[in-house]
Design a protein. Structure first.
Lengths: 284, 421
């Protein structure tokens, strides 16, 4: 038996229970190292490890599909997936790098860079809870973002309603419903995060003074569904217009795949760090 | 002690059957579960017989290759954390909970605990360590430990059931699940819990059974119908089995208040240690006799009140003889004596599982008013002279039943169960 045949049968054994298309792609990748084969291989490996009911979501292959929330891949399952991807593509993935991979799109970009021998794509725009809390002036128990990412002109974030929030005891008695006003607050917090962290050309992001951002107004606010404990709010804001001292966003919230709320306009006022320092100097 | 313990649920994944009715039929009619075991059909393996659990097949280290009854289902992340023994235990425990009529909220309750006994999975330990040595730890399943080590039953069952009370595993070789039952009894008697789920389980794989061939304690017989014959002069070793048995214990007033069917009372238990050898029982059965005396005293039952003893006897020459001496010391050789049989004649030896399996058989005997006979016994060992070893099952309703277990390290556990009226 030739060496290639041995390798082929080992690869087939390692990938058993993956879709045949992924196995074929992996065998071809072994010969050609063609990066175009990576998505079908990786999607096939993911498909093998998730519950049957979410497999169609993987087949859609949307870059925005989230590994944890949409596919139910927890950290231990992720390790199993990584091991199989490593074996198949002959790469090694560091734990540090894994933390920045949250979506199918992240995964594809990461593996593409990796197999080309390039450094992994920068993922500074993904913020975990600790990073959000270190950035925003809002703090627990009045912080309604657990993770967020900033992409160009928009920001996405999420908040899981644990049910332990103190205000749910009174909103309402015996009927815990996440307050609509706090949904808009959560969108506002995401917008503040965008102002403070965005590398958007329209803004000198890091220059916005965190102590200067306040809510000014909202327009076209509609709530479509109530959210309760154990629902996860998927928040998104998009920057419509910015000109110091005003920034306008539109925002929406989804939960369990359906729209929960939207705001046609949320306006924030802000000041650049230097401007505030000047003002402070004048007051002194 | 005012808090009394009763048995309100049983669940079986055994070579005698996967439900109480089938197991009961096998015990009454002395039908065994031993077969010529195809995986042992290998010139280097001297052993031919084993007692598999019908409907299960777990010889692959890849859980996704296993077959098991259709009424069991797992998410993939659950399946990949299972050992074979945890698979059997899930089946038996769900059956016991259903038999007890316990709702999910009563199981996931601070007053309900879970005690378990298994030796872990030798097959999966070997599989994962072997892979680790070949490819390094970074390329190994993150769930390898969860599936392999001796806590695997707790790791898997606690989250599946949402257990909130006490949870622990017990390790004393073939007395393990007896210790789990005994300490579960204490949890209830001491008022710490109102309900205890107890489950014993053992892989049924060559990795678990064949090391005993190295000790020369497995029978080399090729005849399933006579191979396991405790107390017989011609006995020459045990037959390996695996699977799981689960039992629901409850405080009596709690069980009554919810209208549960009570299978039997759990009157008390005792334990002792031989303190002599790492694997061989005390030749005079001194430790086992002390454990029986201690259990009877705890249960406030006199030896002559005992109607049936489910013996530990595994069908090994030394172990059975030692137990004969212990039984004679406690129950005497004249006057009213209990019927004695070892149901390992039917099941073979289930190691960590055997104690709770035989306790459950004892409960079935009390509940269904019969005494399992000493199957396959033709020519009793002279040491058994003076013991009452009925060759057929008796249609006599026992009042008190004693269940014996002994394990490596000289650990002895004895339980006393009572007919519930």
């Amino acid at each position: 038996m030739s060496n290639t045949v041995v390798k082929h049968s080992e690869l087939r054994e390692a990938l058993k229970r993956c879709p045949e298309s992924a196995i074929e792609a992996a065998l071809a990748f072994q010969e050609t190292k063609d990066p175009a084969l990576i998505p079908p291989i990786v999607l096939g490996i993911l498909e093998r490890f998730v519950e049957p009911d979410v497999r169609p979501v993987i087949r859609e292959g949307k870059d925005s599909t989230r590994l944890m929330d949409d596919l139910g891949i927890d950290s231990l399952l992720m390790v199993e997936i990584v091991i199989l991807v490593e074996e198949t593509l002959h790469i090694s993935i560091e734990n540090e790098e894994l933390r920045n991979i949250r979506t199918l799109g992240d995964l594809k970009l990461y593996l593409d860079a990796k197999t080309r021998g390039l450094p992994p794509p920068e993922s500074k725009n993904v913020l975990n809870f600790e990073q959000i809390a270190a950035t925003l002036p809002q703090q627990p128990p009045f912080l309604f973002l657990q993770e967020a990412r900033i992409n160009g002109e928009y920001a996405e974030g999420s908040y899981h309603i644990s049910g332990d929030e103190a205000f749910l005891e009174g909103h309402f008695k015996g009927n815990p419903v996440f307050p609509a006003s706090l949904m808009i607050e959560a969108l506002g917090q995401l917008a503040v995060l965008f102002l403070l962290k965005s590398a958007s050309a329209a803004l000198d992001g890091p220059q916005v003074d965190p102590g200067s951002v306040y809510f000014v107004g909202g327009d076209g606010i509609r709530c479509h569904k109530v959210c309760r404990p154990h629902d996860t709010l998927q928040l998104k804001v998009r920057l419509k217009k910015v000109h110091e001292p005003l920034a306008q966003f539109e925002g929406s919230i989804f939960s369990n795949g359906s729209r929960v709320a939207r705001a046609e306009e949320i306006s924030l006022t802000f000041a650049m760090r230097a401007a505030r320092e000047e003002a402070a100097a004048r007051i002194r | 002690m005012s808090r009394r313990v009763v048995v309100t649920g049983l669940g079986f994944a055994t070579c005698l059957g996967r439900d109480a009715a089938t197991v009961l039929g096998a015990l009454r009619e002395l039908r065994h579960g031993i077969v010529l075991h195809e995986p042992f059909d290998d010139p280097s393996v001297p052993v031919s017989l084993a007692a598999p659990v019908p409907g299960f097949r777990t010889d692959s280290p890849d859980a996704e290759d296993w077959t098991f009854p259709e009424n069991l289902s797992f998410r993939l992340d659950q399946l990949r954390a299972l050992s074979p023994n945890a698979l059997y235990a899930t089946y038996a425990l769900r059956q016991a909970i259903a038999a007890a009529g316990l709702e999910a909220e009563a199981v996931a309750h601070p007053r309900t605990g879970l005690f378990t006994a298994s030796a872990g999975s030798a097959m999966l330990t070997h599989h994962h360590i072997d892979r680790m040595k070949r490819v390094g730890p970074s390329r190994c399943s993150p769930l390898g430990i969860v599936a392999s080590i001796a806590g695997t039953l707790n790791f898997n069952l606690v989250p599946a059931l949402g257990i909130q009370g006490a949870s622990a595993g017990f390790i004393s070789a073939c007395a393990s699940s007896g210790h789990a039952l005994g300490y579960a009894f204490d949890e209830i008697a001491l008022g710490r819990q109102d309900c205890m789920l107890v489950v014993g389980a053992e892989d049924f794989t060559p990795e678990t059974i064949l090391p005993f061939a190295s000790m020369r304690v497995l029978t080399l017989s090729r005849d399933p119908d006579t191979a396991s014959r405790p107390f017989d002069r011609g006995r020459d070793g045990f037959v390996g089995t695996g699977g799981s048995v689960a039992m629901v214990l409850e405080e009596e007033s709690v069980a009554r208040a919810r209208g549960a069917e009570i299978y039997a009372g759990f009157s008390g238990w005792g334990q002792s240690t031989d303190g002599t050898h790492m694997a061989i029982a005390h030749p005079e059965g001194a430790g086992l006799a002390r454990a029986m005396e201690s259990a009877l005293a705890a249960a406030a039952v006199a030896p002559d009140q005992v109607d049936y003893v489910n013996a530990h006897a595994t069908s090994t020459p030394m172990g059975d003889a030692s137990e004969c001496r212990a039984l004679k010391r406690v129950f005497g050789t004249g006057g009213k004596r209990p019927a004695v049989s070892s149901t390992k004649a039917l099941t073979g030896h289930a190691l960590s599982l055997s104690s709770i399996m035989e306790a459950a058989f004892s409960v079935l005997a009390l509940h269904h008013r019969f005494v399992p006979g000493a199957a396959h016994l033709v020519d009793p060992d002279p040491e058994a002279a003076g013991l009452f070893l009925p060759r057929e099952s008796l249609d006599e309703a026992p009042h008190f039943v004693v269940s014996n277990s002994s394990g490596f390290g000289g650990a002895n556990v004895v339980m006393v169960f009572a007919r519930h009226s």
